[in-house]
Write a protein that binds this ligand. Sequence first.
Ligand code: ADP
Ligand code: NI
Length: 223
Amino acid sequence: MTDAEIIEQTISFVKETLMEAEGGHDWFHIQRVFNNALHIAKTEKADVLVVSLGALLHDIADAKFHNGDETIGPRWATSFLQSLDVPKSTIDQVVQIIQNISFKNSLGEKKVPLFNSKELQVVQDADRLDAIGAIGIARAFNYGGFKNRKLYDPAITPNPELTKPQYKNSDAPTINHFYEKLLLLKDRMNTDTGKRLAQERHQFMLDYLEQFYKEWDPLKPES
Ligand code: ADP
Ligand code: NI
């Protein structure tokens, strides 16, 4: 099978698997990450097949939608790629991406990178770009709605230093998520292209928040 055929088959598999997914983690999220990743990969020395498969398969079974089980995604990806006779070394690299891409795995005490590769850096940047900017805002409020979270509560202050268990169990308002994750991503981009693309999206979120607070309490003097 050619690389293009492997990618075609993987696209069909992912579309099928994510048919019922929440709006921020659906096929269109994957498509945007895939496109961003291919764009970033142009300026990096990265294996394009590994980047493509990593981007396409990175959220097929996100643990937060599977009772916290972090092993399902890697297992599904492995058996799917084995069924296409993809070489073991490629499968291993793709699985490493799925296991290490997550923001929450970089939180808390154990900040040591468990694994790193150029391909992981590219896909991680692409996924992070989709978490910020206008799309990032839409995804955050969609997820907050999915979890029945408040939009905002001035009495509940954000904690930008959450540990992984705190982050996963948080039921804080969605605005807090900006301070606990979204605004932190700009400084965590791996690649030069990723860093550059993150700037504009980051600024958009700052402008958005300013407007949000202004509308929340029009009588409050501007700070
Ligand atoms: P990762 O998979 O990188 O660890 P998450 O799964 O926590 O990151 O978040 C993926 C996306 O889901 C976020 O970028 C955001 O859009 C949404 N999301 C996750 N947690 C929250 C939350 N507490 N409030 C609002 N949105 C959230
Ligand atoms: Ni993702």
